[in-house]
Design a protein around this ligand. Structure first.
Ligand code: PLP
Length: 409
């Protein structure tokens, strides 16, 4: 409990936590089950190349998501690159800037221009009206991101894509086990891409998948993720190496058995954050539509500096000093990161909502590594810092201003 400003670790007090609390400390399912599966892999000596666990994971994921094809991959970035290539995108692709950098890189990597489009301030996903304004004769596709697992306006984006004959791909990296209009995300647009990176609530250490109902596209993606091999000594297409290995698939199968538990923990934590912070001025924990399923992985704060009296970055520094590794996802916005900042120096002019959100959003730790008492203490630090905003600012003004943490991934 902090009772005076000097108790804040930023000003020399003891940190609230002895160990660092991370936004996405990895979840894992039943350890014995995972080890048993890894033992099986060693017994079989089938480590990769569409092994039995990868095949089983693909079947289970397709069933769970209600989609015809699921192609497991080594990560979502390669999966995005392959999906973009398989869809034949070129020229320009409309993407949000308020997303993880991989969404933009996956296009730019193949010399396709990511045209950054603004998002809706309420949903944080592509604003269909802005998308429409971005379409040019060079546009070949739209990549929507279901940010925080909250679905894009799929209906509006599908209508725009159809009318302009554009491909529609969804980056569903955050949206595993989430729904749009009651249907699992995974079968919308031409294809969707999931990430099973260690920081995701459902993880395969590293991993990802492309899902689609399009048979032809699925066949092409399967070839592309395996160098274009259609059989021994028979390369029929350009390809790369996007394969998931058996250990990752074993982790996926094991994680899948604990999925409900992971979501339950996230939900409980999320509800507690919302409740604890409901009376703290200027902090708003973003809302998830009760009519949809969400995985509740992301506890996203929107900071209103005019009410808190303290900036988002000052709160970040205060939390980091307490060993709460909160994150500014996705600061500073793709358009302000290289190579985009140099290539498209004026992109920000069309991104007022994104430019505002990247200064206000802060993500708090969630997942099975934290529980009731940690959340109470994290919220306690936030409440205290805001209640004492005047004095905190005075102290910061005295030259004690800490260096803003430079966040990587
Ligand atoms: C929105 C989004 N897209 C793509 C990715 C890339 O996923 P991966 O790390 O599996 O390549 C991430 C990863 O964090 C992400 O958040």
């Amino acid at each position: 409990m902090k009772t005076e400003v000097n108790d804040l670790a930023l000003f020399g007090g003891p940190p609230a936590f002895a160990e660092k609390l991370h936004v996405g400390r990895p979840n894992f399912g039943e350890r014995a089950r995972l080890i048993e599966r890894i033992d099986q892999i060693i017994e079989r000596r089938w480590f990769t190349n569409a092994g039995p666990y990868v095949q089983e994971l693909e079947r289970r994921l397709a069933d769970f998501l209600g989609v015809k094809h699921c192609i497991a991959m080594c990560n979502a970035t390669i999966a995005l690159e392959i999906a973009i290539k398989a869809l034949g995108l070129k020229g320009e692709v409309i993407v949000p800037s308020f997303t993880f950098i991989a969404t933009a890189h996956a296009a730019q990597w193949q010399e396709i221009t990511p045209v950054f489009c603004d998002v809706d301030p309420q949903t944080h996903t592509l604003d269909p009206q802005r998308v429409e304004e971005m379409v040019t004769s060079r546009t070949t596709g739209i990549i929507g991101v279901h940010l925080w697992g909250r679905p894009c306006d799929v209906a509006a984006l599908s209508e725009i894509a159809q009318r302009h004959r554009l491909a529609l791909l969804f980056d569903a990296a955050h949206a595993f086990a989430c729904t749009y209009r009651g249907r699992m995300i995974g079968s919308f647009g031409d294809a969707e891409v999931f990430s099973f990176h260690a920081t995701k609530f459902f993880n395969t250490f590293e991993g990802g998948a492309v899902t689609t109902n399009n048979d032809e596209l699925a066949a092409k993606i399967r070839l592309m993720k395996n160098f274009g091999f259609a059989g021994y000594d028979n390369v029929i297409y350009i390809g790369t190496n996007g394969k998931m290995n058996e250990v990752c698939a074993a982790m996926g199968l094991t994680s899948l058995e604990s999925l409900e538990e992971f979501i339950g923990v996230n939900r409980r934590n999320y509800d507690q954050y919302r409740q604890e912070l409901s009376d703290v001025r200027g902090l708003d924990v973003i809302h998830y539509d009760d009519a949809e399923n969400n995985n509740y992985q992301y506890v996203v704060l929107e900071v209103d500096e005019a009410k808190t009296g303290i900036t988002r970055d000052e709160l970040l520094n205060i939390l980091w000093a307490e060993n709460v590794i909160a994150r500014r996802y996705f600061y500073p916005g793709c358009h302000r990161a290289e190579p985009y900042r140099t290539l498209y120096p004026n992109a920000g002019a069309k991104l007022p909502v994104t430019e505002d959100l990247v200064t206000r959003v802060l993500l708090l730790p969630n997942g099975s590594a934290i529980g009731e008492s940690e959340i109470r203490d994290v919220c306690g630090v936030l409440r205290f810092a805001i209640e004492q905003a005047g004095e905190v600012n005075l102290r910061l003004g005295e030259g004690l201003k800490a260096t803003v943490v430079e966040a990587g991934k």
